[in-house]
Write a protein that binds this ligand. Structure first.
Ligand code: UDP
Ligand code: MG
Length: 314
């Protein structure tokens, strides 16, 4: 009974060491299942021989398709390229480093058959992460869920099953700031959850560092919420009110007691404090203006250099 097709979408960026193991594990699962599949591999401008190795695999296997991007666009864009090209009835994005266990795929498909358009794979624990990463991740989800209208589930990555209807909805979101977790959450639809323990990366090393994670978090917050600028409006109002009251008290004091001794230190502190507040406010506006600038250019999200294994479009 192979009457439906699942698209596995995997971005590869300098994953030469992981590819063999990846295909081995995923085939093990897919070949024992009762559905047909395609594996869409996106080479995200790797500088090692990832693309050559992928091509070798694709050469012997018609279910493997390759999209090679013209440079490194980043995981979110690579994923978007893969999801756009997927033809299956359901799409499952999965990392190349086996941190998302392929063993979960059959149970995700089962839940989908039961009628859930989205099946989330949620980490039961974050024990393989450092305390720092655990703590900052938890804090990030708290902040973003307070600030934005959509609720982004904690401890879920891009590993999930998306029904064709969900994929089509996702394709209608044109924004350049691809904060995928946010986009997935924004489109809505019912979901169910399956749980797994996240493993350590099998081969190679992570492409993330603290600076990249920080920027990723800012992207998430600024592209999904305008609350930060609104907070600034209230902060400005509060400060203006407090300053007026303070000013009034100084005027009254001067009228009653005459001119007091010059307050150089307090004046300097106040000026420095408010210049700081002003600069942060301008920076915050800049975050949004920068994003408007990027969006108005309407550049494509990614550029494809080469497509392998896809049937010619008619
Ligand atoms: N990846 C990508 N482009 C990038 C960085 C990463 O396509 O610029 C891919 C990478 O090959 C892997 C997945 O995204 O398949 C997750 O990357 P990584 O393991 O570095 O992230 P982590 O698991 O640490 O969040
Ligand atoms: Mg990883």
């Amino acid at each position: 009974m192979k009457n439906f097709k699942i698209s596995i979408v995997t971005p590869f960026y300098n994953e030469a060491d992981s590819i063999n193991l990846f295909f081995e594990s995923i085939w093990n699962i897919l070949n024992n299942s009762n559905f047909s599949y395609e594996i869409i591999c996106i080479d995200d401008g790797s500088s090692d021989n990832t693309l050559e190795i992928l091509k070798k695999f694709a050469h012997n296997n018609p279910d493997i398709k390759i999209i090679s991007l013209s440079r490194n666009f980043g995981k979110e864009y690579a994923l978007t390229a893969g999801i756009d090209a997927a033809q299956g009835d359901a799409v499952i994005p999965i990392d190349a480093d086996l941190q998302d266990p392929p063993e979960l795929i059959p149970s995700m498909v089962e839940e989908w058959i039961k009628g859930f358009p989205i099946v989330l794979a949620k980490r039961a624990s974050r024990t393989t992460d450092t305390t720092f990463k655990r703590g900052t991740a938890h804090f990030f989800y708290k902040v973003i869920n307070i600030l934005s209208d959509v609720s982004i589930p904690e401890n879920t990555g891009d590993f999930r099953l998306l029904d064709r209807s969900v994929v089509e909805a996702l394709k209608t979101l044109p924004e350049r700031t691809r904060f995928m977790k946010g986009l997935f959450a924004w489109i809505g639809f019912d979901h169910t959850t399956v749980y797994y323990d996240r493993q350590n990366r099998r081969e190679g090393k992570t492409k993330w560092n603290v600076w990249k994670l920080w920027n990723f978090a800012l992207d998430g917050i600024f592209s999904f919420s305008t609350t930060p600028i609104r907070i600034w409006t209230y902060l400005g109002l509060t400060i203006a009110l407090a300053s007026s009251l303070y000013g009034l008290s100084i005027i009254i004091k001067t009228l009653v007691y005459g001119i007091s001794s010059p307050g150089y230190a307090s004046l300097a502190c106040l000026i420095l404090f408010f210049s700081g507040i002003n600069l942060v406010g301008i920076g915050l506006l800049g975050e949004y203006i920068g994003r408007i600038f990027i969006e108005t250019k309407c550049r494509p999200l990614y550029i494809i250099k080469e497509k392998i294994g896809f049937q010619e479009e008619t």
